[in-house]
Design a protein around this ligand. Structure first.
Ligand SMILES: *[C@@H]1O[C@H](CO)[C@@H](O)[C@H](O)[C@H]1NC(C)=O
Ligand SMILES: *[C@@H]1O[C@H](CO)[C@@H](O)[C@H](O)[C@H]1NC(C)=O
Ligand SMILES: *[C@@H]1O[C@H](CO)[C@@H](O)[C@H](O)[C@H]1NC(C)=O
Ligand SMILES: *[C@@H]1O[C@H](CO)[C@@H](O)[C@H](O)[C@H]1NC(C)=O
Ligand SMILES: *[C@@H]1O[C@H](CO)[C@@H](O)[C@H](O)[C@H]1NC(C)=O
Ligand SMILES: *[C@@H]1O[C@H](CO)[C@@H](O)[C@H](O)[C@H]1NC(C)=O
Ligand SMILES: *[C@@H]1O[C@H](CO)[C@@H](O)[C@H](O)[C@H]1NC(C)=O
Ligand SMILES: *[C@@H]1O[C@H](CO)[C@@H](O)[C@H](O)[C@H]1NC(C)=O
Length: 459
């Protein structure tokens, strides 16, 4: 063992012993990590966008100014999907790592493909295509690795189905388990005997996002028209263990994060018929059962701002000493701000304005992720020609990776830099950054952190 390593380990040991906070101290990020950000515009061939593909730009924490790697999804990934499904993958939308950060799950919203990448060598291992719904449509809006490490749950948005891929990350075995599919329309009924989709209480059951927990083994399925289902993802087919109507949970949420015994769920705008919505709910992590009456466990409303042009989208939780949740962040894509709420009191305490540092007139933050030591947060900043959500809210002026410096354990932050993401066709930047996630690459982090990702070998 080198002296340097011994020194680091001693430091980490002392830090754990005394609960020293690295976060917010402006010190170096001792955890190494990569940030992957997805340009959902097609791959380009110099004169045109080719109609499929896209790019993943991979940054590492030693240099946020230029990507360390760029994966062209129009190449090997597109060929793999074509070979497996007879169709090219279109509009790479959300990218999420499994807990270990060893593999990424990338959903293509327009074509309905899900591709799984081995993170280390960026290799696409497999490609599945979701199944059409009653209307012949299919989409993969989000493909979320579950926290029990056994599944990926896919929100087949316009197909109005939730689908499941069974995974073994260590053996790299993946099965699209059609027996698990839950269609949220037609004769689908809840355990209470109510219709899953119905004009008066859940008018449009296109599933949007499916954030998960490990214990209990549930996903929270937000719906385009409002209302929500909580599903037991280990059951075949997926089982409804809570149902909410649209007067209890609002429309079009995509932002679910949990800490301790709470799960935050939001509700946003971004669709043509529902441009603006800004709601945040806090739910317990326990109490889900198929015997519950509708709208239980009861969500607590943390924010409900219908006064302006607001669009709650994505979410984050900040920590003190890495383990104690301090603040909940609710970004607003329309106003380019982040509303900060106390984790403990649920009170609104601050508004971070991404325009304040004058780096961009209209940042338009979409996805958000926070660095393991809480020194930085990253946002994907949307493009001039947005390819998803209504352009009224999703058009940005500075497509790129936004780097925020976090202050006071997350009570505040400033947009410190923007690294442009480009996809130039005939002199015009067509890049539209959207999907974003972070994976830890050094083992040291996992020694120090208790709340973070476990390495596979610890399972
Ligand atoms: C780019 O320019 C070429 C040559 O002028 C033209 O043929 C092509 O249609 C242009 N592509 C786009 C997307 O405008
Ligand atoms: C680029 O792609 C466009 C659209 O698919 C195609 O018309 C054009 O021939 C391609 N150009 C080159 C150089 O491959
Ligand atoms: C991070 O990027 C730098 C420069 O791009 C490179 O030298 C270094 O090896 C990278 N680190 C990792 C862990 O990939
Ligand atoms: C789905 O069910 C069929 C019939 O019971 C079974 O043969 C098949 O193995 C199941 N598929 C999976 C992935 O479990
Ligand atoms: C629901 O409808 C589908 C398609 O019409 C049918 O195949 C299925 O058997 C029905 N399920 C139940 C429980 O009635
Ligand atoms: C989910 O199903 C599993 C069995 O597959 C069961 O052990 C667990 O208690 C269920 N959890 C909930 C919240 O329903
Ligand atoms: C629920 O949806 C119905 C049908 O779209 C609508 O009439 C009703 O106003 C919605 N309720 C709320 C609270 O938004
Ligand atoms: C941003 O611009 C405004 C208006 O010109 C100015 O008042 C403010 O000081 C600037 N802020 C920074 C951080 O440069």
């Amino acid at each position: 063992m080198t002296n340097m390593m011994t020194h680091l380990i001693t430091l980490l040991f002392l830090a754990m012993l005394f609960g020293v906070a690295f976060a917010g101290a402006g010190d170096m990020d001792i955890c190494n990590y990569e940030v992957w950000i997805v340009d959902q515009a097609d791959s380009n061939n110099g004169t045109a966008l080719i109609g499929y593909g896209g790019y993943i730009h991979i940054f590492n924490n030693s240099d946020f100014n230029r990507p360390h790697d760029i994966v062209d999804l129009g190449a090997e990934t597109a060929q793999l999907c074509f070979q497996r499904t007879g169709a090219y993958p279109v509009r790479p939308h959300m990218l999420l790592f499994n807990l270990a950060g060893s593999h990424a799950s990338l959903s293509f919203v327009a074509s309905g493909h899900v591709v799984i990448f081995r993170a280390e060598d960026r290799k696409p291992l497999t490609c599945f295509r979701m199944t059409p719904g009653f209307n012949g449509l299919r989409q993969a809006h989000a493909a979320v690795p579950t926290r029990n490490n056994k599944y990926i749950i896919v929100a087949n948005q316009n197909g109005k189905k939730v689908e499941r891929i069974n995974v073994d990350w260590e053996r790299e075995e993946f099965v699209h388990d059609l027996n698990a599919t839950l269609a949220l329309y037609g004769n689908c009924t809840t355990p209470n005997g109510l219709p899953c989709e119905s004009p008066d209480m859940r008018p449009d059951n296109a599933p949007i996002c499916t954030p998960t927990l490990a214990d209990p083994t549930v996903v929270f399925v937000t719906l385009r028209g409002g209302g929500m289902f909580v599903l037991n993802y280990t059951k075949t087919p997926l089982e409804i263990v809570a149902e909410y109507d649209n007067s209890t949970i609002g429309a079009n949420g995509c932002g679910g994060v949990s800490a301790q015994n709470y799960m935050y769920i939001n509700s946003g705008g971004g669709t043509t018929s529902n441009l603006y919505e800004f709601k945040v709910y806090k739910l317990p992590t326990t109490g889900y059962s198929s015997t519950n009456v509708p709208n239980t466990p009861v969500p607590k409303s943390i924010a409900d701002d219908s006064t302006g042009e607001r669009d709650a989208h994505y979410a984050g939780i900040l920590y003190n000493k890495r383990t104690n949740p301090t603040y909940f962040w609710q970004p607003d894509r329309a106003q380019s701000v982040i509303d900060v709420f106390s984790f403990k009191s649920d009170k609104f305490v601050n508004r971070i304005d991404l325009k304040a540092t004058n780096l961009s007139a209209d940042p338009t933050p979409d996805a958000l992720v926070i660095s393991p030591t809480m020194v930085y947060a990253f946002v994907s900043l949307r493009g001039l020609t947005p390819l998803s959500a209504d352009p009224h809210v999703s058009t940005g002026s500075s497509p790129g990776l936004g780097v925020l410096e976090v202050k006071n354990y997350g009570r505040n932050a400033r947009l410190a830099s923007i690294t442009s993401i480009t996809n130039i066709v005939n002199g015009t930047n067509r890049a539209d950054p959207h999907g974003l996630d972070l994976r830890v690459t050094s083992d040291f982090c996992d020694v120090a952190r208790t709340r973070h990702r476990l390495l596979l070998r610890n399972l």
